[in-house]
Ligand binder design. Sequence first.
Ligand code: BGC
Length: 736
Amino acid sequence: MPSAILPKNMKLPLRRTNFCLTLLVAALSPSLTSIAAAEATKPAYLDATQPLETRVEDLLSRLTLEEKISLLHADSKFTTAAIPRLGIPRRWLDDGPHGVREDIGPDTWASAGRTDDFATAMPSGICLGATWNPALGFAEGQAIGQEARWRGKDIMLGPGINILRTPLCGRNFEYLGEDPWLSGVMCSGYIRGAQSQDISSCVKHFALNNQEYQRGTINVEVPERALREIYLPAFKAAVQSGGVWSVMGAYNQLRGQHCCHNDYLLNQILKTEWGFKGLVMSDWDGTHDTRQAALNGLDLEMGTEKPYNDFYLAQPYLSGLKSGAFPAAGLDEKVRRNLRVMIATHVLDANRKPGSFNTAAHENVARQVAEEGIVLLKNENHALPLEAATLKSIAVIGENAIRLHAHGGESSGIKAFYEITPLQGLINRAGRNVNLTFSEGYQKDGRADLAERAVAAAKAADAVIYLGGLNHDSGFDCEGADRKDMKLPYGQDELIQRIVATNPKTIVVLEGTMVEMDAWLDKVPALVQAWYPGMEGGNALARVLFGDVNPSGKLPATFPKKLADSPAHALGNYPGTDGTVTYAEGLLVGYRWFDTKHLEPLFPFGHGLSYTTFQYSNLRLVPGDGTKSVVTVQFEIQNTGTRTGAEVAQLYVHQQKPSLPRPEKELKGFQKVLLQPGEKQTVAIPLDPMAFAFFDDQQRCWVAEPDVFSIRVGTSSRELPLAADYQLPAKVLIKP
Ligand code: BGC
């Protein structure tokens, strides 16, 4: 940790002093016996060779009641108190999912005004989801973990993995899409990468924070099956596959109890059923009650709008412990979890990883995630890639060509080292031989002369690259509020129509999350979804548009034709009434709804084009080992075009006669493969019994029934050329 960011009053942890003293004693000592004696006096909790639980119990036994309490709540916006006499340093937490946020506070949300808190700004979470590449998730987590260590952080508040239930949720851009399996696989990679750097990730927001509207109070009523099959699996994967050390409770309520101290979610499911051993922290100001905080599974209270000593888990909890209202064992369990995370991430060890920042590797990861997450949605008559050699002029139009996004969106915003805008990326790539003009086209307040100038620029150019979509202004893709509708703002629908009428070679690139496009989609030859592509986004986008990179991103969420088609809106279950939102669509979220109801989406889940073509063939089912996999699905993919490209092969399962209603199909596996022109590869995806199971809310366990399952494989949820039937021989019950 650079000394500049040591908090003013923080002393070097005593462990270092002890260690030096030991060495000094050893150096002066006449005999080896006394060295051994000095080593032997090192307390177990400081001895990295001791088992984790031994260290935790040893340290726990040395803490006073007041010291224990001090570990359970904040002492500034993003820290908890040090205990210098035991060498416990202050713990530093920070947002968030897209990089290490700038420092604030200590006691306000205002920027700390530092000059050393820049960071690599990764693309937004939904872009990472669109890569369908867990190895990239690992690489991104690792880079963020390294920068977190460099900046002296201990717990990073990400990834965010709430399921995209409605297109309007203001934080959809931060999350990984609509599918529990995809979100679970992607977040596990990210968490393993981040935690490999001696920090803890903190997966959030547990659970059902699927809208920003009334987020602090809204009560969610969700059927048990939907809870188990849609909203919890990614969190379970974060715990059981990712090994995440921290979980953040959500602001909202589940069935009448706030999620930050919800007994069912935290005690029963997370800690008991899933065996989570780490700590549960509140979202900032998400704690509301001392008794519930004491008893219902909260281990660390952050962000409450009160003096730190008055936090629910501070003085009020202490008083309750002293009066016997709350059991001492409950206190020890909370402290134990905090200590476990601290010791497991090597906070007390001399050789903790030091981190690094803004390395070439970090920049590469940021660019690669963008390159693999950008989705080519439409490409008629080879409108893309652009040929720099034959194009003489390009009109770049649209405010998003020059807008910086990395700092926006609230808690996930990053003070980026730099941010390559799309315009800059295009200038970098197009070279001197292409005459590139820029015209803003639209602005917040809709000035008509901007549109006139843009249309004139479009007329004068060989091709147009239109850069529009959304941004992080409040009311669009931004924390704290939802969007009002799914429309393009600032008169963009009309503007795009005018531009394409003037110049048919108009490539539309949209940033942000999904919007309605019926006004112009059939008129434009090519459409690219670029999300918020991070600080290397402009370069990545230019490389995709000019064909240096062959696009391989796939939608992690269904794009509906219109808002009213998507389930929560079709059924009138958004944003809720009288403080409660009822998830009456149950399991039918995203493509599960569109497929089961035979509704045509605008672009289906898993869709994404390439500049090459792939052929799927030869599906076969190979018996598995019986436990981990019951069957392995094998098939071939061949690159039948002329460019190298990566394809995401997707596997969906459909049960033919389930005893309880199930969605038409569910994603149960995928693999991204890179193929040279002409190259053919065999893909093998093992399926375990869980791949066939649904949650039986009567038996309260997962059930895979002896039935015929159609296994479908292909390039998107709506284009599945391979299919085979699999007969599961016997019933399998799996505990939740
Ligand atoms: C957000 C969290 C974030 C926290 C700290 C809250 O408002 O919901 O995601 O980690 O603030 O900034």
